[in-house]
Ligand binder design. Structure first.
Ligand SMILES: [Zn+2]
Length: 57
């Protein structure tokens, strides 16, 4: 259940700001959302049905 919860959590776990969508192309199968302060980044790989989280703080 934690994975499902994380999948829909679009806030930085560090500063709780809403993540910004930084994907430049709609043809890109990878959606990247990141904290505006640079703490945290999340990549959605739709083809692989995988989420990669990067903690930067
Ligand atoms: Zn943050």
């Amino acid at each position: 259940m934690n994975f499902i919860k994380n999948l829909f959590m679009d806030k930085c776990p560090h500063c709780n700001k809403v993540l910004m969508n930084s994907t430049s192309s709609i043809l890109n199968p990878i959606v990247i959302k990141s904290c505006p302060e640079g703490h945290y980044e999340k990549e959605y790989h739709s083809a692989l049905e995988t989420v990669i989280e990067k903690h930067k703080y």
